[in-house]
Design a protein. Structure first.
Length: 174
């Protein structure tokens, strides 16, 4: 018989222009991001359904060491790597971004804007060249497909047939 956990989850709601409900654990705090039309009662129900997962994640965050500080030297090191990876992949794919930036972003390894600007996460400095290459290729492919459709993944696979293993490694090590 499973023990019933009666612990009440304290959380904050952020209503945003999104389609789905997301639960995020940030700095030991539970944040629920939800579309504006979702009721508090419905959110309470979702939080209750995900209670065990939330408590597990909260426990994990208590045991994590503080995030490392990234320096200007890290940015230079990553830029040096990107200076060889981008030209090689641009030549292969014929996909050319307007701008390439390095930023310490929290939500992704990279991003591609509709203006064809690519941002690469500074934290990639700690990853292997293969993982960095995957992120660069992923963002370059977004220049052609601004989604994660089958066509998008086929394009990624065309230039990196083993992208699924690299992607898994990147997620596992993050």
């Amino acid at each position: 018989m499973n023990a019933i956990n009666t612990e009440k989850i304290v959380y904050h709601i952020k209503y945003e222009r999104i389609k789905n409900v997301y639960i995020q654990i940030k700095n030991g705090e539970v944040i629920v991001k939800a579309p504006r039309y979702i009721s508090k009662k419905y959110i309470d129900k979702i939080v209750e359904e995900k209670k065990n997962w939330i408590l597990k994640k909260l426990e994990e965050t208590r045991n994590i060491e503080p995030e490392r500080e990234y320096t200007n030297q890290d940015a230079i090191k990553l830029k040096d790597k990107l200076d060889s990876i981008f030209p090689e992949l641009i030549q292969k794919t014929k996909l050319v971004p307007n701008k390439i930036r390095i930023r310490n972003i929290k939500y992704a390894w990279g991003s591609c804007s509709s203006n064809k600007n690519i941002t690469i996460n500074l934290k990639l400095v700690d990853k292997s060249d293969e993982e960095i290459k995957y992120v660069v290729l992923h963002e370059l492919c977004h220049l052609k497909y601004m989604n994660h459709s089958n066509e998008f993944w086929n394009l990624v696979g065309k230039y990196m047939p083993n992208y699924k293993e690299v992607r898994k490694k990147l997620k596992y090590n993050s």
